[in-house]
Design a protein. Structure first.
Length: 219
C-alpha cells in the first residue's frame, strides 16, 4: 500500500485528501454531538456518524477522482487533435507553447523553449491516441482515494468503541482529529519548505475555522 498510494496520488493530493476528510469528520461529529444523548445510544449515534462520514467522503472523493481523470484525458486528446489540425507549424507550436508546461518554458531561454516545443510537436504530430473514457488506472486511483480518506479518518471513530460516555468520547475524538490536523500541517511543511511548527499550527487554525464555519452554516 505504501507503494500503491504514491503511484496514483502526488504528495499534495494525498495531504489534501486527508485534510478534507479530517475537516468533514470533525464537522459531522461536532454537529451530531449537539443532539447526541449520553450513554450507549449516544455513543452508537456518534460512531455511526463518524464511520458514515468516512465512507461517504471516501466515495465522493473516489467519484471526483474518476471524473477528473476523464476530464483531463479528454482535454489532452482535444489538444492533440487541435495540434494535428493546425494549419501550419507555427500555429501548432503556438498551441504547444501555450498549453504544455508553460511554467517550464518560462524557465528556458526562447531558443531552448522553441526546441522543446519542436520536439513535442515531432512526437505528437502523427500520433494516434486511443480514446478511452475509463481505464483500470482510473479505478485503482479511485480506490486509493477512498482507502486514504477512510483509513486516515478512522482514528476519529475509535473513541466511540472504547468509551461509554458519548460526550467524553466525542472530546477524545475531536482531540485526535485536531492532533492529526497538526501532523498534516507538519507534513505539508516538508514539501513547502516552511517551519513545521508554524505550518502545523496554521493547519489546525485553518481547519478549526473551516469547521466552525461549516457548523455555523448548518453543515
Amino acid at each position: 500500500m505504501k507503494r500503491f498510494v504514491p503511484r496514483y496520488l502526488d504528495p499534495a493530493s494525498r495531504l489534501g485528501e486527508i485534510l478534507f476528510g479530517l475537516i468533514m469528520v470533525l464537522t459531522v461529529t461536532l454537529s451530531a454531538g449537539l443532539t447526541a444523548a449520553e450513554g450507549p445510544a449516544g455513543v452508537r449515534q456518534l460512531l455511526i456518524a463518524a464511520i458514515g462520514c468516512n465512507v461517504a467522503w471516501g466515495i465522493i472523493d473516489a467519484v471526483m477522482y474518476i471524473m477528473n481523470c476523464v476530464t483531463v484525458r479528454s482535454g489532452k486528446m482535444r489538444l492533440v487533435e487541435a495540434i494535428q489540425r493546425a494549419p501550419d507549424t507555427e500555429a501548432a507550436l503556438a498551441l504547444i507553447q501555450n498549453e504544455i508546461e508553460p511554467e517550464l518554458q518560462e524557465l528556458l531561454d526562447p531558443e531552448d523553449a522553441k526546441i522543446l516545443s519542436q520536439t513535442v510537436l515531432k512526437h505528437i504530430a502523427h500520433a494516434r491516441i486511443a480514446k478511452k473514457s475509463l481505464t483500470k488506472d482510473d479505478l485503482y486511483g479511485a480506490i486509493t482515494c477512498f482507502w486514504l480518506v477512510f483509513v486516515s479518518c478512522l482514528p476519529a471513530a475509535l473513541p466511540f468503541l472504547f468509551f461509554s460516555r458519548a460526550h467524553f468520547a466525542l472530546r477524545v475524538s475531536n482531540f485526535l482529529l485536531v492532533a492529526m490536523l497538526f501532523l498534516v500541517g507538519q507534513k505539508w511543511a516538508v514539501y513547502a519548505g516552511t517551519s513545521r511548527l508554524v505550518a502545523g499550527s496554521a493547519m489546525v487554525a485553518i481547519g478549526l475555522a473551516l469547521v466552525g464555519l461549516a457548523v455555523l452554516l448548518g453543515g
